[in-house]
Design a protein around this ligand. Structure first.
Ligand SMILES: [Zn+2]
Length: 137
């Protein structure tokens, strides 16, 4: 039987602060001190100006549904009941991340591109919380 989280997540030195923040139910992203832009996914250098002067900042947790698909047949090892919404969310800070949309029927009639969404955290184990998004309240 698959566990609640699906495949395990192996934090790297670059991504560990992201997962640590998620356990505190905070969405935290890197930001570049040289050019001021937000950076996601976690990495060692800014993709905009190549500076290594990155810091972690708490993000708003708000964004918009950029695109999505509805998964009707899940992958082995994932415990999410199908159908579910696999989504790309564009954060208000700019970066896009892959996530799940929850709190809404997985029906294309209920979803629209650009709809405002906000982060919620799913404590899938004592060591892991996954950021998912729901329609903004
Ligand atoms: Zn930069």
């Amino acid at each position: 039987m698959p566990d609640a989280a699906g495949p395990s997540i192996v934090a790297t030195p670059e991504s560990r602060p992201f997962w640590d923040a998620a356990r505190r139910h905070e969405l935290s992203l890197q930001a570049c001190r040289s050019c001021g832009r937000w950076v996601f996914y976690p990495r060692v250098a800014c993709p905009h100006c190549f500076s290594a002067d990155l810091e972690w900042r708490r993000a708003s947790g708000r964004g918009r549904l950029h695109t999505f698909t509805i998964v009707h047949r899940g992958q082995r090892g994932f415990a999410l009941p199908t159908p579910y919404v696999l989504a790309i969310v564009e954060l208000d800070e700019g970066p896009r991340l892959m996530t799940n949309l929850v709190g809404v029927e997985p029906d294309p009639v209920r979803l629209r591109f650009g709809m405002p969404v906000e982060v919620v955290f799913d404590d899938v184990s004592p060591d892991l919380a996954l950021p998912r998004f729901r329609p903004a309240q």
